[in-house]
Design a protein around this ligand. Sequence first.
Ligand code: RP5
Length: 163
Amino acid sequence: MTSNKNFKVAIVMGSQSDYSTMKYAVKVLKLLKIKHETKIVSAHRTPKRMFDFAKNAENNKFSVIIAGAGGSAHLPGMIASLTSLPVIGVPIESKKLKGLDSLLSIVQMPKGIPVATVAIGVDGAINAALLSASIISVSDKKLKNRLNLWRLNQTKSVKKKPK
Ligand code: RP5
């Protein structure tokens, strides 16, 4: 395994309002020293921006795309239809249905175009970043070490007895 520092993750989201959730993915990627870029890309409000982003993602050297969306949440699936890069969908907790709408929209992709779906909200944003780290670490040994250290510290932080 060699270390390749050129891996880069795209964190896209349907709206500025999604950033209060998606910023947790940014935090984890920073912690693990993974290059990343954030963008607002809406499937229905900025369809051309979404198309151009997805079509150029591979040429722009992204390895993984994390896409957060709420409500009918078609963004991750639409992006996945335009690129064969791995796409991880984060269901944003919507006001009316608490993110169940986002979750079902993202997770229920029909066969042929997969989207890896994580939990609703902040947990999902954090896990999306960790999952992208796992994907990249298959070909980046240094990152694998950092990820395993992070997991070890998490294990150590769990107390044996409740207070
Ligand atoms: C979706 O609509 C976004 O992903 C967001 O979660 C939701 C609400 O967007 P705003 O009305 O807050 O811009 O497209």
